[in-house]
Write a protein that binds this ligand. Structure first.
Ligand SMILES: Nc1ncnc2c1ncn2[C@@H]1O[C@H](COP(=O)(O)OP(=O)(O)OP(=O)(O)O)[C@@H](O)[C@H]1O
Length: 318
């Protein structure tokens, strides 16, 4: 559905050339939900703008839905939906008017546009709101209307630029459910950009991590997490004075690494943390070290970013 080769975009500025996107090779299959994850300025929006024909590449190529974004921009535009960062709807119009107008813009006849608008509203849980002025909708409802407007012409591929920015946790989870349903019910290919690790993890089949205009990792959330060697085991000690003893116990475990102690807390990484932890508890007990509790955390995508770049995604995005 999407294929890019050496896709590159430079911007000339007064202070020199900004290499926003530096030779991206990306293949997205039909029906995949792909999250493009990266810190501010990584090149996510520039990539999306090239794939949606809003910005010509400096060099390289991109095909979307079988057409070249440079030579065949009109054909690409007909086959895609784009949900940008801002709200696309205009206050003063009712929800059903907005959706019908959007369908008409895509060339549907009046009657087809009306039924398509109603069907799309139902898909996004907006059907009870058809007569509401769009200016009166909540943030989550408005965002769902944006998505509906990007979908009303049933494009085979939809691009969403930071879809859940500004939404409360419940509206975000609700929107992710709708995005997954697009793939399940309509087979739509979805590409979304995000800063949020939990969004990439929760919604996408595949995560492409971009940093400084290049792809630095590409895989399922689970594959990416497996790049971080081991789960993080945290042991709360009852007595901080026993930290050194606890540290020695951890150091003797096969595969344990990144061992640190900090004010009565022992932390280390080890493959298969869930199975190792009972053993740790027993060994600590045998060594006379008393505990308050243990915790095992699977690696997060933030750990992946840290492993790949030496920087935390949160720090980078700040
Ligand atoms: N029109 C432009 N002129 C000059 N530089 C630009 C322009 N558009 C983007 N850039 C630069 O290109 C780089 C990539 O920007 P881009 O907006 O693609 O990043 P992003 O990953 O989408 O970031 P964000 O998460 O903040 O939206 C940044 O250094 C940005 O300042």
């Amino acid at each position: 559905m999407i294929r890019t080769r050496a896709l590159t975009r430079h911007f000339r500025t007064r202070s020199g050339t900004v290499e926003a996107v530096r030779g991206i090779d990306l293949d997205v299959a039909d029906g995949e939900v792909v999250a493009v994850l990266g810190p501010n300025g990584a090149g996510k929006s520039t990539t999306l703008r090239m794939l949606t024909t809003l910005l010509p590449p400096t060099s390289g190529s991109a095909q979307v839905a079988g057409h070249d974004v440079g030579h065949d921009a009109v054909a690409v535009r007909r086959r895609i939906g784009l949900v940008g960062q801002g709200h696309g709807s205009s206050p003063g119009l009712r929800v059903h008017e907005e959706l019908t107008a959007q369908a008409r813009l895509h060339g549907l006849g009046r009657r087809d546009a009306r039924s398509r608008a109603a069907e799309t509203a139902r898909m996004l849980d907006l059907d009870g709101l058809g007569d509401r002025d769009t200016g009166t909708l909540s943030g989550g409802q408005l965002r769902r209307l944006d998505v509906a407007m990007g979908l009303v012409h049933r494009p085979p591929v939809v691009f969403l630029d930071e879809p859940s920015t500004g939404l409360d946790p419940q509206s975000r989870a609700n929107l992710w459910g709708h995005i997954r349903r697009l793939r399940d019910d309509l087979g739509t290919t979805v590409v979304l950009t995000t800063h949020y690790l939990d969004e990439a993890d929760g919604v996408a089949d595949r995560v492409v991590v971009i940093d400084h205009g290049e792809i630095i990792a590409d895989g399922t959330p689970e594959q990416l997490k497996s790049k971080v060697s081991g789960d993080l085991v945290t042991v709360e000690l009852a007595d901080a004075a026993q930290a050194d003893q606890a540290r020695r116990v951890a150091a003797a475990l096969p595969g344990a690494h990144e061992i640190e102690t900090d004010a009565g807390t022992l932390r280390f990484r080890v493959p298969g943390g869930d199975t190792v932890t009972p053993q740790v508890v027993r060994l600590l007990d045998e060594a006379g070290v008393s505990l308050r509790g243990t915790q095992v955390n699977r690696p997060s995508l933030d750990d992946v970013f840290l492993t790949l770049t030496g920087r935390s995604l949160r720090e980078s995005a700040a």
